[in-house]
Design a protein around this ligand. Sequence first.
Ligand SMILES: [Cu+2]
Length: 343
Amino acid sequence: MNKKLSRRAFIKGGTLSLLGVLGIASSSHSSGAAGAAPPHQAEHSGHNVMPGTVGEVDHEKNGFNPSDILTDFDYGKVSTLENGQTLREYFIAAYNRTIEVVPGIDYPAWTYNGRIPGPTIRCTEGDRVRIHFSNGSSHGHTIHFHGIHSAEMDGVPGTGPGVIEPGETFTYEFDAEPFGLHLYHCHAFPLARHIAKGLYGAFIIDPKEGRPPVDRELVMVMNGFDVDFDDQNDFYAVNTIPFHYDKHPIRIKVGEMIRIYLVNILEFDLINSFHLHANFFNYYSTGTSLTPSEYTDIIMQTQAQRGILEFSYKYPGLYMFHAHNTEFAELGWTGNFEVVEEE
Ligand SMILES: [Cu+2]
């Protein structure tokens, strides 16, 4: 890619014309143009509210699909310790992997378990969490968990095991607290590079008594990709692939209670946001209380900030959700809920 083709140039030069050079064009089409669109878009004709990318990335080759990541919770290998405490063991390996971020653009990513975001680690407050980490990549990495634990288990260079070098392993272990929505990420330096390359994931600690039941729970990790390595993002997304939920709307039913675990790990930009169309949601900042901190249709998060959203839709239809930083939305961070009547 031309080094001069920075993100600002993308935008200044008119996103679509420049993206067109890269084999990307507006997929916003009228029904009359739908016949010329690739088959997957014809199927979803009318869903692409935003201009976006044409075609589909190779999810199989990538090794993960953002539609599956939404509901893919890793509860670990469960057993009981002698003291009666629940032990959850997780196996996380860091390795390099090429990810097709948008059709035709491969990104040399660093991953936990070959996917971005890494596995959604889920446990209950008070559980013993044991993470078997092995580094199969070509660089030294760590896993730094947000939560309460000893310095040795903090996953930062210079403390405890420090950086886990290629070929090495380390077992992080701690009691899960406090309940809430947290995250984990690599803390090796340069930090921005290690995060931007893809080493992060959501970490959910459920309250002992659980949260009130809902119909569906979804995980959304807001991220971005700097594909030309100029320390500016070229694409933005939820769960890695720009425009994915725009092309593949998330289907829910009228009246269904939805809970979203929303984490912002976006590097290089100070603030990210989430806006829900034609609706309002209860927001639980960091998920550390069962009482909502806000009733709103937009929240903003800086890097590592996270929170839980709860809502249901009153009317059927197609509803957008996206960053209200419109620049981010136009570069991929946009999606749709397809709300259908109860059958
Ligand atoms: Cu790293």
